[in-house]
Ligand binder design. Structure first.
Ligand code: PMP
Ligand code: GLU
Length: 395
């Protein structure tokens, strides 16, 4: 019999983040008292005015196909937000609306990559980047960062990884899984490399509104000369607590990239869902006060969670500047009992103590686990008590 699966599909790993959150939701539905630190999604309800817009759209009968690349209204709303927030100006044909930022990334990688091309990815990375790049036949080239340098990349090491086949660098600041925001000089160092080596920068800015302590966000396209090289990726999932409505977008003034990405979309998913687009218009153009309110709550949870982690002997964490993840170093427990690495550590936590966390391996580090603090302080307190108990058992 002929081989059924393609080489690429057989190599592809399922998303560990989605798998862990599905597992913890399933256990909860079976009555198990699970603490879920897995999900990378806000626990807040979608703000009421956004839900109203979705309902209104349905009641208006807007339940048909929209243009495959998204509605003009939503493109204008995206343009409005980038202009108001960052002074970055785009035209409607420089925007593509997709079924989540994940889909935007998927489309653009397929639009720019051929087998043999290389894409530089900075570790720890969001686990979908290498998988998506590999799915195109191109090669993900991983550049490590060190925990001592707060997971901030060293442009000299990035430079050493660039070859004549390098097509793009992926930048994700604030980062999933570390929450770290890259300083301006490092961003400029990466921009200089892009310029010198004629590279594109895929800048995943999905956490731009979830930055703490008043630190400023630097859109990659705002760096000198970078607007022509940057594919800016963003979406409404995290900022407006709208993960399930599946709306993301990209902005890029290289129109041929937007067009090619839109063609891929038009031959695969067609338009992102109509109702979600209507809701996203309201999210981006309506009142923005809920965004700051949710951010402030996330900041308090971050402080609560990192302080709790630091109190557990054997664990350490780099303070996240943004996003809602703590990337916790668990290497002190490697080799204790049956725990060889972070995957075993998360298994131990889930099976014995009913705490769901994501292992660091899929993010590029077996020495860490990822805890999401997109959950209430009472849950964080209980979860950390259980983790402390597990650590005492393993010590
Ligand atoms: N990029 C990063 C870094 C993320 O953490 C996520 C989380 N889901 C996404 C992209 C995709 O988000 P979505 O598809 O929900 O817009
Ligand atoms: N991005 C989120 C996370 O990292 C959601 C899951 C996913 O899309 O992989 O947990």
């Amino acid at each position: 019999m002929k081989r059924i699966l393609s080489e690429r599909a057989s190599q592809l790993k399922p998303s560990a983040t989605l798998a862990i959150s599905a597992k913890s939701k399933e256990l909860k539905s079976l009555g198990v008292d699970v603490i879920g630190f897995g999900a990378g999604e806000p626990d807040f309800p979608t703000p009421a005015h956004i839900r109203e817009a979705a309902k209104k759209s349905l009641d208006n009968g807007d339940t048909f196909y929209t243009p495959a690349s998204g509605t003009l209204d939503l493109k204008k709303a995206v343009i409005h937000r980038f202009a108001e927030d960052y002074g970055l100006m785009y035209e409607p044909d420089e925007i593509l609306i997709s079924c989540g930022a994940k889909h935007s990334l998927y489309n653009v990688f397929h639009a720019i990559l051929d087998p043999g091309d290389e894409v530089v990815i900075l570790a720890p990375y969001w686990l979908s980047y290498p998988e998506m790049v590999a799915l195109t036949g191109a090669k993900p080239v991983i550049v490590d960062t060190s925990e001592q340098s707060r997971f901030v990349p060293d442009p000299a090491r990035v430079k050493a990884a660039i070859t004549s086949s390098t097509k793009a660098i992926v930048v994700n600041s604030p980062s999933n899984p570390t929450g770290v925001l890259y300083p301006r000089d490092v961003m400029e160092g990466l921009a200089a490399l892009a310029e010198e080596n004629d590279l594109l920068v895929i800048s995943d800015e999905i956490y731009d509104k979830l930055i703490y302590d008043g630190k400023p966000f630097i859109p990659f396209a705002s760096l000198p000369g970078m607007k022509d090289r940057t594919v800016m990726i963003n979406g409404v999932s995290k900022t407006y607590a709208m993960t399930g409505l599946r709306i993301g977008y990209l902005a890029c003034n290289r129109k041929e990239i937007v067009k090619a990405s839109a063609n891929i979309q038009s031959q695969s998913t067609s338009n992102p869902n109509n109702t979600g687009q209507a809701a996203a218009v309201e999210a981006l153009t309506g009142p923005q006060d809920e965004v700051a309110r949710m951010r402030d709550i996330f900041q308090r949870r971050r402080d609560f969670m990192t302080a709790g982690i630091e109190k557990i002997p054997g664990l350490s964490v780099v303070n996240p500047d943004g996003a809602f993840y703590a990337f916790v170093n668990t290497s002190a427990f490697a080799g204790r009992k049956d725990v060889a690495d972070s995957t075993d550590f998360t298994k131990y936590l889930l099976e014995r103590h009913h705490v769901a966390c994501v292992p660091g391996g899929p993010f590029g580090s077996e020495e860490h686990i990822r805890l999401s603090f997109a959950t209430g302080e009472d849950v964080i307190k209980e979860g950390l008590e259980r983790i402390a108990k597990a650590c005492r058992e393993l010590a």
